[in-house]
Every structure is written in structure tokens, then in C-alpha cells.
Design a protein around this ligand. Structure first.
Ligand SMILES: N[C@@H](CCC(=O)N[C@@H](CS)C(=O)NCC(=O)O)C(=O)O
Length: 204
């Protein structure tokens, strides 16, 4: 498999997952600072010009949640074995993509990445993100009040996704003071050897 990579939050989810699964991949760097994601050869793989992209034989797949689901189906590991369990995993991945990532990106891009990208920081987006986040992080706090990991007692690929997003949120100065279970969960993810091995930007 080939993984088109920049050491930023969405690609991190996939490399972290592959390390957890013990799956090998060829890492192909796409330098977002040099705007390599806008080159025609890359846009031919992902017309939206974003990383990660996974290539496995004839399959070229983008969108990190879809890639995680694919890795779970392919390996049969760190992924529920029942139809209902897999639906639950997808529910949390959709919730992340639809409700957590947009405000997290508002904060993370403008507090962490804008400088790196040589772009101005958008203060209105920071305010919007800070306002929206408590309502969604509260949902995670509830889930983690009864469960060690997002799907229950067992670590899964869903946690690879949430770990990366929550990590960048903390680096973007979001306070987990009102969400102690989420903070314990994030620290448990960052204590995992696979997380430590995953290449990340220095600020992550
Ligand atoms: N929904 C996509 C988001 C991917 C994404 O935004 N990736 C960022 C890096 S973390 C990117 O490639 N940004 C390049 C750009 O915005 O031009 C996913 O989950 O894979």
C-alpha cells in the first residue's frame, strides 16, 4: 500500500492506525507548505487536493474516515465484527467528520497551522470554533464516562481518528478543564507506542 502523507492531523490518523495494525506502507510525502497537493498528478488521485490518500492495488481512496473503515474491513482487526458494531463505528466517524472536525479545524488552522502556511489567522473562525466545541466535546465526555475507548472496552480504529483530532485541539489551546474523561482518554492514546512512532509536525 502507498500512503500519501504530510505529518498533519488527518494523515496522522492513518499512519497511527497502520502502525497499530502492524501494516506496512510506502510513505509518499506531499508537502502541503510547497502546495504539492495542487499538482495535477496529485489531483488526479484526489480531485479535492487533500491528504491522506491511500493506494492499495486498484483502489485509490481519500477521506480519512473511509480509509480507516477500509483498513478495518481489510485487516479484520481493531474494527467491530458485528453489523451493529460496525454501524456504531461509522456513527462515531461521521460524528467526528461532521461535527467535531469543522470547529476543531477553525481553531487548529488559525492557532497552529496558519503561521506555518504563511496565511493570516482568522479571528472570527477562532471565536466560532470556541463557541461550537463545548457542545460536541460534551458528547464525547458522556461516551467516555462509561467506556475506556470510544467503542467500549477495546481500542479501535475509531480511537486513531479521535486521538489525532483531540491532540491538535489541545495544541490549539482548547481547554479540556470541563471534560476530564476526554483528557484522560487523549493521554491514554498518546501513551501508545504506535502514536509515539507516528511522524508528526513538531508542534503536534
Ligand atoms: N475530510 C478530509 C480532510 C483532509 C484534510 O483536510 N487534510 C489536510 C491535511 S490535515 C489537507 O490536505 N490540507 C490541504 C489543503 O487544505 O490544501 C479527511 O478526513 O481526510
Amino acid at each position: 500500500m502507498k500512503l500519501y502523507y504530510f505529518p498533519s492531523p488527518n494523515p496522522i490518523k492513518i499512519k497511527f492506525a497502520m502502525l497499530e495494525l502492524g501494516m506496512d506502507c510506502e510513505m509518499i510525502p506531499i508537502d502541503l507548505i510547497k502546495r504539492e497537493q495542487t499538482q495535477a498528478s496529485f489531483l488526479a488521485m484526489n480531485p479535492f487536493g487533500r491528504v491522506p490518500v491511500l493506494v492499495d492495488g486498484d483502489l485509490t481512496l481519500w477521506e480519512s474516515s473511509a480509509i480507516l473503515a477500509y483498513l478495518g474491513e481489510k485487516s479484520g482487526r481493531l474494527w467491530p465484527t458485528t453489523t451493529a458494531g460496525r454501524a456504531e463505528a461509522l456513527k462515531w466517524l461521521f460524528f467526528l467528520a461532521q461535527h467535531v472536525s469543522p470547529p476543531a479545524t477553525d481553531l487548529a488552522f488559525n492557532r497552529v497551522a496558519a503561521k506555518l502556511a504563511g496565511r493570516p489567522s482568522d479571528e472570527a473562525a477562532i471565536v466560532r470554533g470556541e463557541k461550537a466545541l463545548p457542545d460536541v466535546i460534551k458528547i464525547l465526555e458522556g461516551q467516555l464516562s462509561n467506556n475506556k475507548w470510544m467503542l467500549g472496552a477495546d481500542f479501535s480504529l475509531v480511537d486513531c481518528a479521535y486521538g489525532s483530532t483531540l491532540n491538535v485541539l489541545e495544541k490549539a489551546q482548547f481547554s479540556f478543564g470541563d471534560f476530564p474523561k476526554v483528557k484522560v482518554y487523549l493521554d491514554a492514546i498518546r501513551a501508545r507506542p504506535a502514536w509515539k512512532e507516528t511522524p508528526k509536525l513538531p508542534m503536534l
